[in-house]
Design a protein around this ligand. Structure first.
Ligand code: GLA
Length: 408
């Protein structure tokens, strides 16, 4: 991607080559721990094309893995000590004994990693301590699953060095996903729903991952939007999932499901004959206005994701784009998880020619995605930067990516 002279310059965040990522962590590992690492593993960040805040409601989502990955160099230890260093940190070694890991007991970024080893041990696997070095080109705090990619990189690494064999097939990878989710929920303290870890561990190169969060089943659908390309806009508006807002959305959905007498809102949706019937029946039972809007988002979003999946199968990107737009409106007006930067990014991208745009991930900052005519990413990015500058906002950064492969 290039910029035209005279137009606002924009920042493109490139993905590293596998070679570059591996070299970086190998070098960091050796400089820190004084010996070469046993091996290098990596796992991707993700963007979700549609199906937002549906995973913890038993719903559907449609992520792709990014070419941007988190790299981990590792060597096993014979004891239960975990020692970590991150290129994104201050050079200090983060250390914990796995015997001391329990919910509420671990602070700092290493919680995501130690949590994975802890969860695998909790599941009965024979996992020892290790030394690990991390470096990542998944932008941190951008809503592109930097934490899930960190967990997944270590999950696949531990799986390999402990000889668990879980990475070999999708069923085993689902077990690794479950360990990562426990790490994030119970050790790192973020009540997230599992889509990100599934995308990072279960995606397939060239395919979008249609994930059914009710039973954990997946379908791989080729992601090749002929005539279009995907532009990712990192708004750089700070995004954190453990600050209470995310957990409060989830709690509202859980409470609504309880009032409706179902385990998940998805089951409520599927119990009706169609969306309209299920939605009207739910709204008839729920009194609180905020809860009603949250539930309306979840039910309509699951329905939109179904429709988007069908549109993808049919190669109908026009319809897909309209569904992206509707998803964003619902997240903005009913679920209330967008911020000014996300709304502006989406609006500016559409004005510049995107056929669909929406926030992606948890919201409250983070990234948006836009489906733009092939070859126009640079022009759209330039227009988005212009809109941010005009609004007095910090300039966003951009990523482009094809649907990439899973943790390996
Ligand atoms: C974050 C969470 C996911 C999911 C999305 C919203 O990315 O980690 O589990 O809930 O938000 O769709």
């Amino acid at each position: 991607m290039t910029t035209t002279p005279g137009s606002p310059v924009f920042t493109l965040l490139p993905a590293w080559s596998a070679h570059e990522g591996a070299e970086r962590v190998r070098t960091l590992f050796e400089a820190t721990f004084g010996a070469p690492a046993t091996g290098v593993w990596s796992a991707p960040g993700r963007v979700n094309l549609i199906g937002e805040h549906t995973d913890y409601n038993g719903g559907l989502c449609l992520p792709i893995a990014l070419e941007h990955r988190c790299y981990a160099a590792l060597s096993p230890r014979t004891d239960t000590l975990v020692r970590l260093v991150s290129a994104q940190g201050d050079g200090e070694v983060w250390e914990i004994d796995l015997a001391d890991v329990s919910p509420g007991a671990v602070t700092g970024w290493g919680a995501y990693v130690a949590g994975v080893a802890w969860a695998l041990r909790e599941a009965g696997h024979d996992v020892t301590g290790f030394e690990g070095a991390v470096d990542s080109c998944v932008p941190f705090g951008a809503g592109l699953s930097s934490s899930a990619s960190l967990e997944a990189a270590f999950a696949i690494a531990i799986d390999d060095i402990a000889g668990l064999g879980l990475g070999a097939d999708d069923a085993g990878r689902s077990t690794l996903v479950a360990a990562c989710v426990r790490a994030e929920n119970e050790i790192a303290g973020a009540a997230t729903g599992g889509m990100d870890q599934a995308a990072s561990l279960r995606a397939r190169d060239g395919y979008a991952l249609a994930l059914d969060c009710l039973d954990g089943s997946v379908h791989h659908e080729p992601f090749d939007p002929a005539g279009y390309e995907l532009l990712v806009i990192d708004t750089r508006a700070p995004h954190e999932l453990n600050d209470g807002q995310y957990a409060s959305r989830r709690a509202t959905c859980d409470a609504a499901a309880e009032v409706l007498g179902v385990a998940t809102l998805r089951e409520w949706l599927d119990a009706g004959t169609d969306l309209e019937t299920s939605l009207a029946a739910a709204l008839g039972r729920l009194v609180d206005d905020t809860t009603r809007r949250r539930v309306r988002h979840v039910l309509t979003e699951i329905d939109r994701t179904r429709a988007a999946f069908a549109a993808m199968q049919a190669g109908d990107w026009g319809t897909f784009g309209l569904l992206m737009d509707a998803s964003h409106a619902s997240l903005r007006d009913d679920y209330e998880v967008t911020v000014r930067e996300l709304d502006l990014a989406v609006e500016a991208a559409r004005t510049a020619g995107a056929i669909g745009a929406r926030m992606t991930g948890g919201g409250f900052g983070g990234s948006a995605i836009a489906l733009v005519p092939a070859g126009t990413s640079a022009a759209v990015a330039t227009a988005v930067v212009g809109a941010f500058v005009a609004a007095g906002l910090r300039e966003p950064a951009f990523l482009t990516s094809r649907a990439a492969g899973p943790a390996a």
